[in-house]
Design a protein around this ligand. Structure first.
Ligand code: AP5
Ligand code: MG
Length: 234
């Protein structure tokens, strides 16, 4: 890591990029915490789920191919998602670091990310693992609502959507429920997470890169703990 002469780190940015991975079960709050942190650190929030939903919304071949996997709560094939990540890393804003949310998702993707970083001669600063019990995850996913225009995430009980006139894209938010937040898809996603993504926790722990945050607390408290764990001002 680059150090200035007095031993302190220079501000985060092009000369001192922060590269983070957010790991954790569906509904734990990765996206909710990533939105604010990425803004604060001035790095792009790269969510593979959001990229896939955007591709689907635009009707691209990748989006249409991914739809059946996403609606069923299954993982989209590794090669498809790796290509999205490679392309996104090549964009200019990724030179100042990134917050990767939802990738990697299994051991094969973990190895592919290791290879990609090694090819690009980049290192990860931290992998943040958010923990939470399943009953709470089901409650969060079942009540999640998203704005189609600004992409902001809400919850009917814990973070209610605005009633009118507050969408960052102008006018009112257009609130919808994600198609994979149906009861069947939620249970499938939790099962896929346990089988496929769970082993990645040990993968990163063995590399001594893992920071564990209790994601079962309130949104604000998770944010406070996250800042502390990353050594950022609260
Ligand atoms: P993706 O979009 O990544 O979904 P996910 O991992 O299932 O995670 P979520 O977005 O559902 O949850 P989150 O942790 O971001 O929670 P959020 O902040 O929204 O992936 C979707 C699909 O795309 C996958 O199933 C797969 O098909 C495909 N895909 C994506 N990446 C892939 C990959 N690498 N490989 C293969 N396929 C891939 O919060 C949830 C709700 O809880 C919200 O309503 C929020 O307001 C609320 N909330 C958040 N924090 C709190 C809190 N602390 N207290 C109370 N409520 C809270
Ligand atoms: Mg998310």
């Amino acid at each position: 890591m680059l150090l200035v002469r007095d031993g302190r780190e220079p501000p985060r940015g092009i000369d001192n990029p922060m590269r983070l991975v957010f790991l954790g079960p569906p509904g734990v709050g990765k996206g909710t915490q990533a939105e604010g942190l990425a803004l604060q650190l001035e790095i792009p929030h790269i969510s593979t789920g959001a990229i896939l939903r955007d591709a689907l919304g635009r009707g691209t071949t990748t989006g249409l191919e991914a739809k059946k996997f996403m609606d069923a709560g299954d993982l989209v094939p590794d090669a498809v998602v790796l290509k999205l990540v490679e392309d996104r890393f090549a964009e200019q804003d990724a030179a100042s670091g990134w917050l990767l949310d939802g990738y990697p998702r299994n051991l094969e993707q973990g190895a592919a990310l290791d290879d990609l970083l090694s090819t690009l001669q980049l290192t990860l600063d931290h992998v943040v693992f958010f923990e939470c019990d399943s009953a709470e995850l089901v409650r969060r996913l079942g009540g999640r609502r998203v704005c189609r225009k600004c992409g902001n995430t809400f919850h009917i009980e814990f973070a209610p959507p605005p009633l009118q006139g507050t969408c960052s894209q102008g006018g009112e938010c257009e609130i919808y429920q994600r198609s994979d937040d149906s009861e069947d898809a939620i249970l499938k996603r939790l099962d896929v997470y346990q089988r496929e993504t769970g082993p990645l926790v040990e993968h990163f722990r063995s590399q001594a890169r893992l920071i564990v945050v209790d994601g079962g607390q309130s949104i604000d408290q998770v944010g406070v703990d996250l800042q502390g764990a990353l050594g950022l001002p609260k």
